[in-house]
Design a binder for this molecule. Sequence first.
Ligand SMILES: Nc1ncnc2c1ncn2[C@@H]1O[C@H](COP(=O)(O)OP(=O)(O)O)[C@@H](O)[C@H]1O
Ligand SMILES: [Mg+2]
Length: 310
Amino acid sequence: MYVVSVINYKGGVGKTTVTANLGAELANRGMKVLLIDLDPQASLTFGFYDPDDWRERLRDSRTVKRWYDGLREGNPSITLGELVVSPGPANARLTGTGRLDLIASHLQLVDIDLALARSVAGGEEYDAELFRVRGSLAEGLLADGLEPYDMVLIDCPPNFNVVTQSAIIASDHLVIPAKADYLSTLGIDYLHGNVRELVEQYNADARQFATVRRHQKVAPGVAGVVFTMIQLLARQPIATHQRYMDQVRNLGLPVFPTALRENVTLYATNTPRGVPVVLRDRVTVPAVRDELRQLATEFLDHLQPDRQPV
Ligand SMILES: Nc1ncnc2c1ncn2[C@@H]1O[C@H](COP(=O)(O)OP(=O)(O)O)[C@@H](O)[C@H]1O
Ligand SMILES: [Mg+2]
């Protein structure tokens, strides 16, 4: 099982779009894919379930908030495996034996973070608790019922709070969607530095605090930056975008050769409801779908087969 976080501090850069479409394409190629929505804005969740449906069927019983609630109370009442749902319309589109499942988010997931941060006073006790919480998702993914998944894709919130940190610690790889503009390129370097610091701190803490839990060293790597919402001219990114794309390459970070073009009409609609763009058979601009497929191929190529999951 690979665990991959889709992450960027900035909102509106295409994290959710990349998560949904990458997941859908891999599932369509026969993989068993689990999407986890960790963003309290729940855009990924609402891409698959309409808000009424979510309220009736998921809100109180089947969201990742319930799991983090148990964690905070030191009394896990449910495993991640018990929270999995299978969005119908998307799965109906899949050919072959693939699967596209979801652990939904909750609009109040944001409170969890504050509560976790406040739950311990300070000093060594605080460090130990922080270590436990940061490692919680990695541990939680070992739960019963999750063994069949080939791929877990985590849609991260646009921040670096403790829930996001737990996603990074659980991950083998990070995918960083970004727009090709000034602020996005600044942010990527900063994000990369913070990830590195977090991982170093976590591995140092593991030596001090790890008791019975598995505490192999974590070492998530950047699978690549994927540029999104790119404007094309004669099939090439416009010069402004190209300049920022080159800048990120110059940071030494891997960049996926395929960038996703801007197409508001296609990406803004959720029609047919709950079906990511890559699975829609009547895509008006086939090149958009081809691009998403190509990105999935590049992503798979990047994964090292000898690398073991957390
Ligand atoms: N390639 C694209 N072209 C045009 N609009 C896009 C594209 N990718 C995403 N969008 C739209 O941009 C908005 C933000 O994308 P989203 O994936 O939700 O970003 P994030 O998860 O980083 O906040 C959404 O309305 C989405 O439909
Ligand atoms: Mg999002």
